[in-house]
Design a protein around this ligand. Structure first.
Ligand SMILES: [Zn+2]
Length: 338
């Protein structure tokens, strides 16, 4: 039996899991990221977590998958952009760095792509060969599975679905563009809207829920208020649903997916998912019949899909590398026999 570790690097927490090849989670740990202390501290914390888990787990792990909440150059194994991490991360060869310290194969993948891969291998998308996922948390991540494979594009950055432009001349996004889906349909967009409503003095139960302390506003709280019929909160969630619907229609026209998987903390809201479905019903387009209907499905992984997906990615690349090695040995033998 082989075991694999998955590390999910987040802005506040680093999560670790050990899984077997069937995706069973055998160990789970987490630690604080301390991102504000800079990259050396963060990298040390990743290493300490891996070593700690390896020590506590009875058997050696074969490889480690690591997610990064940013843009990765997958050909070079380097980080291109980490918008929410202070310090200079551009060009950091995290994959090689960790490999050298840990003396283990290490494979890096964007966090939302890892969550998407997790759904394909062990989650609600196991039976779909063509699907997209929208990971709605503080920001909006995404991933595309085409023909059963994770679509990575020329440099490995395909699937940045949160950065499709849905508002002309909209708000400035962390990526530098304006009007991205992330600016109007993320957890941050929800709390910002609620903040604005309360500041404007609009009558809403959200004001009492945070007892006047606007720092206490969370997307879950807005969702709770909306579910109880608060009009302002409901307007916010409806607006998010409308933009997600717009994004799904774009993806439907471009990719013809069988399903859309909604993951991330914000997508745990049953109200939001219901409103997205209602909105889609109202936008039935007359594309050819072959485009068909799309299944809209909520992820069941809560917050471990990134870590499990990272480990699953390590399984995938370990197998791929071992097959390539076997093929090389066969090729060498054949050439010697000739
Ligand atoms: Zn953007």
């Amino acid at each position: 039996m082989h075991y694999f570790m998955g590390i999910d690097l987040g802005g506040t927490k680093i999560k670790a899991v050990v899984i077997d090849e069937q995706g069973t989670v055998l160990m789970e740990r987490k630690t604080s990221t301390h991102a504000h202390l800079g990259k050396e501290v963060v990298i040390t914390r990743i290493v300490d977590l891996v070593l700690g888990v390896q020590k506590a787990f009875e058997y050696p792990v074969s490889a480690v998958g690591v997610t990064v909440p940013g843009v990765i150059n997958m050909k070079q194994g380097t980080i291109e952009l980490m918008p929410n991490f202070p310090g200079e991360w551009k060009g950091v060869a995290l994959e090689k760095l960790l490999k050298d310290i840990l003396k283990l194969p290490v494979y890096m993948l964007n966090d939302a792509r890892a969550a998407t891969y997790c759904e394909k291998k062990f989650g609600v998308a196991r039976n779909y060969n063509h699907f997209v996922s929208l990971i709605i948390g503080t920001g909006v991540g995404g991933g595309i599975v085409h023909d059963g494979q994770l679509l990575l594009g020329s440099r490995g950055t395909a699937g940045e679905l949160g950065h499709q432009v849905v508002v002309q001349n909209g708000l400035l996004c962390g990526c530098g563009n304006r009007g991205c889906l992330e600016t109007v349909a993320s957890g941050l967009a929800i709390t910002t809207s609620a903040y604005r409503y309360i500041k404007q003095g609009i009558a809403t139960s959200m004001c009492d829920m945070v007892q006047g302390d606007l720092n206490k506003i969370t997307p879950e709280m807005v969702d709770q208020a909306a579910s109880k019929g608060d009009e302002a909160a409901l307007e916010i969630i409806k607006s998010v649903a409308a933009y997600i619907c717009k994004a799904i229609l774009n993806l439907k026209a471009i990719l013809n997916p069988e399903a859309v998987i909604l993951g991330g903390g914000v997508a745990q809201s049953d109200l939001l998912v219901q409103l997205i479905k209602q909105e889609l019903e109202q936008h039935k387009v007359l594309l050819p019949d072959s485009v068909g209907e799309i299944d809209i499905i909520q992820s069941k992984f809560h917050d471990l899909s990134g870590a499990i997906g990272a480990a699953a990615w390590a399984i995938n690349l370990t197998k791929k590398n071992s097959n390539e090695e076997k093929q090389m040995i066969i090729d060498v033998r054949n050439s010697k026999q000739r």
